[in-house]
Each structure stands twice: as structure tokens, then as C-alpha cells.
Design a protein around this ligand. Structure first.
Ligand SMILES: Nc1ncnc2c1ncn2[C@@H]1O[C@H](COP(=O)(O)OP(=O)(O)OP(=O)(O)O)[C@@H](O)[C@H]1O
Ligand SMILES: [Mg+2]
Length: 315
């Protein structure tokens, strides 16, 4: 559905995209993850024809975005929700969607039905006659999603659609996107809120400084962090010799004091952990909690972005 190959884009001497390649399959809900300035918006703008690449290719549904002729074909196939959107102050939500329907030559009863359906899809039916500028930010965001669906696109690009939304609105937006995905649309959504994308997306791309660091399934990305398990021990009093007792254990790889206690990494079995805990307790170490934890998703992705996790085979 979307195939980006060796995309390059410079602004003056600054290289914003560096040989970026990326594939998104038909019907996929794809999360585009990267820090501020990584190149997400630039990539999306090139994909929707709003920015020209210096070199490389972008193929959507068999059409090259970089050729002027196929851009008009793509116009009906591609929807785009930009990171900053302008709204037309003196229109109601319904008039706003009618306006965009008109730009795709949809008029009269067809436009009425389309507008009603889209407002229902994004849960804004009760705001049909409300002025756009008096809608809340989350409502405007949803209206923009509705606007991007006017031409019934096959592929939808959403640039940070959840930014600035409260948890309830985020959840609602997520449900709308899942719903669109189940309708068969290919969706590309950018964000720097990683856990949110992981929960919702089927595959992800991780971009850093204009380069693709990873492109694959969410499971594969998480598998890269295998071994990210650690034990956290806290104490109700002076931990005394705890650190040296822990380091004596043959299966303990690292053990470091932290603000709240001791964190250790180990290749231990649950039985060995039991032994370690018993050893601490029989040595009168005041253990309060002893818990197995996993490196959080945020860290997993930061490691990939910063090149600390080797993903050469997946990029
Ligand atoms: N029109 C422009 N002129 C000059 N530099 C630009 C232009 N557009 C983008 N850039 C630069 O290209 C880099 C990538 O920007 P881009 O907006 O694609 O990042 P992003 O991943 O979308 O970041 P954010 O999370 O902050 O939205 C940045 O360093 C930015 O300053
Ligand atoms: Mg951006």
C-alpha cells in the first residue's frame, strides 16, 4: 500500500531525511514513532504531496507520489490530518464538512448523508450546528479526522492527532481509529507517546534524525528488548550488607544501589530468586519488597532510537 524507498530531503544544508525506507501493508494501523524533529511531519508531507523530496520514491497503491500526474489520482485515495489545522471560524461543524465535500464534487443530498455519517462516526452528531471555533480542541481534532475522510480515502495519514487531548478524548480517538482500521483503511499515525501507539498499532516504524531505525511488527520491536527484566528490592530499614550478599550470588549479573533500594539484573530462575530472598532475610536484611520488573516500553524505544539496541536486521 505504502512503499517509501531511499527518501532524502534537505532544508538548506540540514538533512531532514536520510535514505529513509519504509513499508506499510494494506489495512495496517501503522505507528510512526520519533522524537521532536526526527522527520515524521516531513515524511508525511512528502507522502501527501505537500513537500517535494530531493530523491527517493514514494508509492501509494501503485501510484508514485513524486510524479505530478499520479498526484491527482492520489488526491481521492489519501486523507491527511495535519499537526496544525486551520478551522473556518464562521462555519458550523456540518457546514465545514459540506464545504470539504464540495471540494470533492459531492453536493446536495449526497453531501448531507455523508456529513451526517461522518459526524456520527466521530461522535459529533450533537455538535452538527455548533460553530467550529466554539468546539473544544478534542472536538476540532475529531472534526479534522472526519474532514480527512470526506473523499473516502484508502489510506489516512494522521500527524500527532492525539496531542493536546485529555485521556478520555485520546481514548475516544483511539477507538475511532481502530474502527476505521477494521473498515479496511490503511492508517499511518505519528506520535511520540509510545505506549499509546503500541496498544493500538499492528506495526511501527521508529525514526531518529531522519533515519529509519526499525520497521516491523510491535511484537518484533518488543522482542528486541528481551532481557530487559530486572529485580527491584526495597528495604524498611538499613540494608546493611545487602549489596555484597546479592553480588555474591553467581546468577546475579549486575546489582546497583538506587534511591529506593537495590536494582539487580540476573539470569536467575524463580527458584534462585527464592534462594536470594531467603539469604537476605536469614541475614537479617530488612527486605520490604522484592519484585520482578520489566524495562518499560518507553525505555525500549529510547534504546532503539539512540542506537543502544541493535536492530540492523529489522530496519
Ligand atoms: N520548512 C522547513 N525549513 C527548514 N527546516 C525544516 C522545515 N521543515 C522541517 N524542518 C526541519 O526538519 C527536521 C524534521 O522536522 P519534522 O517536522 O519532520 O520533525 P517531526 O518528527 O515531525 O517533529 P515533531 O515531533 O516536533 O513534530 C527538523 O529539524 C526541522 O527543523
Ligand atoms: Mg511533526
Amino acid at each position: 500500500m505504502l512503499e517509501i524507498q531511499n527518501l532524502n530531503k534537505s532544508f538548506g544544508t540540514f538533512k531532514a531525511l536520510n535514505n529513509l525506507s519504509l513499508t506499510v501493508k494494506d489495512g495496517e494501523l501503522f505507528g510512526f514513532v520519533g522524537a521532536n524533529g526526527a522527520g515524521k511531519t516531513t515524511t508525511m508531507k512528502i507522502c501527501v504531496g505537500l513537500e517535494r523530496a530531493d530523491s527517493g520514491s514514494v508509492i501509494i497503491d501503485g501510484n508514485s507520489v513524486l510524479s505530478r500526474r499520479s498526484l491527482s489520482v492520489l488526491r481521492g485515495k489519501v486523507g491527511y490530518v495535519p499537526d496544525f489545522f486551520g478551522v473556518y471560524a464562521d462555519l458550523t461543524a456540518s457546514e465545514y464538512l459540506h464545504f470539504f465535500a464540495g471540494t470533492y464534487n459531492i453536493w446536495g443530498k449526497a453531501a448531507d448523508t455523508l456529513t451526517d455519517n461522518l459526524l456520527e462516526l466521530v461522535n459529533l452528531s450533537d455538535k452538527a450546528n455548533t460553530q467550529v471555533d466554539s468546539l473544544s480542541r478534542g472536538m476540532k481534532q475529531k472534526l479534522c479526522v472526519a474532514r480527512a475522510l470526506v473523499q473516502n480515502p484508502k489510506i489516512l495519514f494522521l500527524d500527532e492527532p492525539a496531542s493536546g487531548l485529555d485521556p478520555k478524548a485520546r481514548h475516544e480517538l483511539k477507538e475511532i481509529l481502530k474502527n476505521l482500521s477494521s473498515m479496511g483503511k490503511t492508517i499511518i499515525i505519528s506520535s511520540h507517546i509510545l505506549p499509546e501507539l503500541i496498544e493500538m498499532c499492528s506495526s511501527i516504524g521508529i525514526i531518529s534524525h531522519g533515519e529509519m531505525k526499525f520497521n516491523g511488527s510491535v511484537e518484533d520491536a518488543l522482542a528486541l528488548s528481551a532481557g530487559g527484566e530486572y529485580i527491584e528490592i526495597t528495604f524498611s530499614g538499613d540494608p546493611g550488607r545487602a549489596l555484597s550478599l546479592i553480588r555474591e550470588c553467581p546468577f546475579v549479573k549486575t546489582a546497583e544501589p538506587t534511591a529506593s533500594g537495590i536494582t539487580l539484573t540476573a539470569a536467575g530462575s524463580d527458584r534462585e530468586y527464592t534462594e536470594l530472598l531467603r539469604k537476605l532475610v536469614t541475614n537479617d536484611i530488612p527486605v520490604a519488597t522484592f519484585a520482578k520488573k520489566h524495562e518499560n516500553v518507553e525505555n525500549v524505544f529510547l534504546n532503539i532510537m539512540e542506537g543502544k539496541t541493535n536492530v540492523a536486521d529489522n530496519a
